[in-house]
Design a protein around this ligand. Structure first.
Ligand code: C2O
Ligand code: CU
Length: 512
């Protein structure tokens, strides 16, 4: 794939060498001037909360004078779709000592005293209404619906879409469950601390005509939501440390919904059966083929739905090649502890860019209206006003990275280049992105729509999406400590403003 155009570097403060093409300083300065003009034109639109008021336009038009809409007014529907119901839930954030399955206790930050928090389930078309209360998380909390394209005012980013919910306060989230699939929720305030300590849970929406996915196999199926989280070095799957056993009669249709709630990728192996990766990040793949004896790499924040029919022999879910832990499914009559699992560490990794069958693109990806390049690196930069050895985007760190400006309806293309030595799980709020290519090699399998993709050291990814969800959206690395160290910015729709911005970049939502 050809090197990205120069305009994306406007305002970035660095000249970039990309794909062997060095952007001249002169050209760079020219574009910087353009960004300054845009900024001047944007003055007076109520955006003064920005510490350094700047946007990058990705080759599209700059800010217009269109009348402003506040994110506070971009709220969810008040009613379910015809035939749907209202799913009410109260989530109370509080500190608690939680006893894991093994009897081990952890000091956690929880929703309702549980880790993970209560499973939220719905059928497509239901209205989800969640009342969040904070008891004693001094710093404040929110609920962000990871991967769920809610209206921006429900997105749970403190200082951007709402104020943080302090002790004694509450906030009610309301949105229609229009998207089917596997998602999760988590706090978005100081999330590198809060999510790590346990402020997360699962969100599963099933098609209208299917039974609920609550793990109780309403019909004769087994459907498990399995968030994978690390507490003090121990992998905990859906609240269970050590090994978890489940009975599963032969022939049972099984769906395992894996969710990585950590900041590092996990390696997942399903041993003992062929299976399909039916969905990635909640979205169904097109004709996913049966595979076996492969490893799957699940990015931080990402989800895989694995489906198969239970054989009459045991099946093992192995995480990070730890054969003693994980999950065991046993056909009836099996003696617990009996099944041996072979060494899984040498199994090849399944490349999802070549998995499944292609289908027509929903838009013409060669004619993007905007094209933004994000070069990820480490370096000295200001993070929330303080010099730090930061995680940077185009040489800058939050909140000094210019907002990416889009207009509703735009086809937007991202080029994400990782020049650092660490993996960056890139995550855009409010929109799934379509994977176009990795290191210049086009995606050849099923269309792959994700909300989080792992950009490993040295890699370049091209993705695209259509801007159909007005708001101001976080666009960040989902290694949450990286986000805290500066690796986050905002995608802003022209004309959308926020009344919640402070002056120190709390718009981050990952701040202190
Ligand atoms: Cu899962 Cu900005 O977050
Ligand atoms: Cu990162």
């Amino acid at each position: 794939m050809v090197a990205p155009a120069a305009e994306e570097s406007a305002g970035a403060g660095v000249a970039l060498a990309l794909g062997g093409r060095l952007i001249s300083r002169r050209r760079f300065l020219g574009w910087t001037g353009g960004a300054a003009a845009v900024t001047a034109a944007g003055a007076g639109t109520g955006l003064s909360f920005l510490p350094t008021e700047s946007v990058t336009v990705g080759g599209g038009a700059g800010r217009s004078s269109r009348s402003a809409v506040s994110v506070a007014d971009l709220r969810g529907s008040g009613s379910p779709a015809p035939g749907g119901t209202v799913r009410r839930q109260m989530l109370t954030a509080k500190k608690a000592t939680v006893r894991l399955a093994s009897g081990r206790e952890i000091d956690a930050w929880t929703y309702n005293g549980e880790v993970p928090g209560p499973a939220i389930t719905a059928s497509q078309g239901d209205l989800i209404e969640v009342r969040l209360r904070n008891v004693d998380i001094e710093d404040g909390v929110t609920l962000h619906w990871h991967g769920y394209d809610v209206p921006c005012g429900e997105d749970g980013v403190p200082g951007l879409t709402q104020p943080a919910v302090g002790p004694g306060e509450e906030f009610v989230y309301r949105f229609r469950a229009d998207q089917v699939g596997t998602y999760w929720y988590h706090t978005h305030h100081a999330s590198h601390i809060g999510v790590h300590k346990g402020l997360y849970g699962t969100l599963v929406v099933t098609p209208h005509d299917e039974p609920r996915a609550d793990g109780h196999a309403a019909a004769d199926q087994l459907d498990l939501a399995l968030p994978v989280h690390t507490f003090n070095g121990t992998v905990v799957i859906a609240g269970g440390d050590g090994r978890t056993e489940h009975p599963a009669p032969p022939g049972t249709p099984v769906r395992l919904r894996l969710i990585n709630t950590d900041s590092d990728p996990h390696r997942i192996v399903l041993a003992g059966t062929p299976f399909r990766v039916a969905a990635v990040d909640g979205r169904d793949l097109n004709q996913p083929g049966e595979v076996r004896d492969v490893g799957l790499r699940l990015p931080a924040g990402g989800r895989y739905d694995l489906v198969f029919r239970m054989p009459d022999t045991p099946v093992a879910l192995v995480v990070d090649d730890d054969r003693d832990g994980g999950l065991r499914l046993r056909p009836h009559g099996e003696v617990p502890g009996q099944a041996r699992v072979e060494d899984t560490s040498a199994l090849p990794e399944l490349d999802l860019l070549g998995y499944g069958v292609p289908a027509g693109a929903p838009f013409d990806i060669r004619n993007a209206d905007r094209h933004f390049t994000m070069v990820l690196d480490r370096g000295l930069a200001l993070v929330d006003g303080r010099p730090a050895y930061a995680q940077t985007v185009n040489g800058r760190a939050h909140p000094s990275i210019p907002d990416q400006l889009v207009v509703q309806g735009d086809i937007v293309r991202f080029t994400v280049v990782n020049r650092s030595l660490e993996t960056h799980p890139w995550h855009l709020h409010g929109h799934p992105v379509l994977i176009l290519s990795r290191d210049g090699t086009p995606s050849t399998g099923s269309p792959l729509w994700v909300d989080t993709f792992d950009v490993r050291p040295g890699e370049t990814w091209e993705v695209a999406f259509r801007a159909t969800n007005p708001g101001i959206w976080m666009n960040h690395c989902h290694n949450l400590p990286h986000a805290d160290q500066g690796m986050m910015l905002r995608l802003r729709y022209d004309g959308v403003t926020t009344p919640f911005g402070g002056s120190h970049g709390e718009g981050a939502g990952h701040g202190h």
